[in-house]
Write a protein that binds this ligand. Structure first.
Ligand code: ZN
Ligand code: ZN
Length: 327
């Protein structure tokens, strides 16, 4: 495996940190570099990545585990309960599965683990004095409920022709293009709503629940006060404005949910036989949990760079941010 030698003085701060500075996607770089854009698309859409995982899961969910739109015309308990149970199963499979492998079973020890610390126990900071139980409580009680409620309301709206809609056969190019557009939209929504949540009164009452987690794990991704869960998921107002389909709605919701879960896993990647087989955690966001006043967005769009809050992980980055931030 690659050694953790770095130009940045990280060894004391991190158990593991990438050797290179954190980078944004090349989609908004000027001058445009087609070579970089093509390799970014290859990495995200044509190899084993969080995005491909979510696209496949959304496709399977839509085709095999979603009631027909015809049956969603009325708010009947049977199909709504089905969606709730299916979402509960999915969150346990993904967050529970990752947690079990990385933290309970410690399947790869601390290889590629960003933070030195493991999940806190006997800590007064957390509900039930236990970080994992605390994180599971906020995720299962609030985030999964809002996720399910939004999905039900939007499916009902599609069934009753209340939303602009396309199908695969009516517009196949736009159908596929939406899988690129939705993450970009989300990146913008996330940056601005997240910055608003750092406004002190909102931070103290709402966002501080998420920031109890400095060392993070898969269950931390959606460990949010209900007001934050709600705001986070409102990214799907996109479907009120733009013609999409129930598949895109399911993809969008699952992208919000599982991108958060996987990106918070606390490890850069999953290691099998000393080889990283897939990226999971995002150092970009890990830095936000450690230093708070940086990296409010994600790497998809350079909002942090544009507004002077980008931390690439190098020494002195926080000093520059305090000097250069706009707003
Ligand atoms: Zn977070
Ligand atoms: Zn934050």
């Amino acid at each position: 495996m690659e050694s953790n030698k770095t130009n940045f003085k990280k060894k004391s701060v991190w158990n593991w940190a990438p050797n290179r500075p954190v980078e944004n996607s090349p989609l908004f770089e000027w001058p445009i570099s087609f070579v970089k854009i093509i390799s970014w698309i290859k990495l995200n859409y044509f190899s084993l990545s969080i995005r491909i995982f979510v696209i496949l899961m959304a496709l399977i969910t839509w085709l095999l585990a979603t009631p027909s739109l015809w049956s969603c015309k009325e708010f009947a308990v049977s199909w709504m309960a089905w969606i709730y149970c299916r979402n509960l199963i999915l969150i346990f499979l993904v967050a529970g599965g990752l947690h079990f492998f990385l933290y309970t079973f410690r399947g790869q020890g601390d290889k590629l683990k960003f933070d030195h610390r493991w999940m806190a126990e006997e800590s007064k900071l957390f509900s039930f004095k236990n970080q994992v139980f605390d994180n599971m409580y906020w995720t299962l009680v609030y985030a999964v409920s809002f996720w399910t409620a939004f999905e039900i309301i939007f499916l009902w709206s599609y069934a009753n022709n209340l939303l602009p809609r396309i199908t695969w056969s009516s517009n196949p190019i736009w159908f596929v293009a939406l899988l690129f557009v939705i993450p970009i939209w989300h990146s913008m929504h996330f940056y601005w709503t997240h910055r608003a949540l750092h406004y002190k009164p909102l931070y103290d009452r709402v966002h501080s629940v998420h920031h109890r987690n400095i060392s993070i794990g898969p269950w931390s991704g959606l460990s949010m006060h209900p007001v934050e869960s709600f705001i986070y998921l409102t990214s799907i107002v996109f479907h009120l404005l733009i013609a999409t389909s129930p598949f895109h709605l399911i993809f969008h919701l699952q992208f919000l949910v599982f991108n958060a879960v996987i990106a918070h896993s606390g490890f850069e990647g999953i290691v099998l036989k000393d080889k990283k087989i897939v990226d999971v955690g995002r150092f970009h966001h890990q830095l936000h949990h450690r230093f708070f006043e940086c990296n409010y967005g994600n790497a998809e769009m350079p909002w942090d760079r544009w507004f002077g809050t980008f931390n690439d992980g190098s020494d002195g980055a926080m000093k520059d941010i305090r000097k250069n931030r706009i707003l």
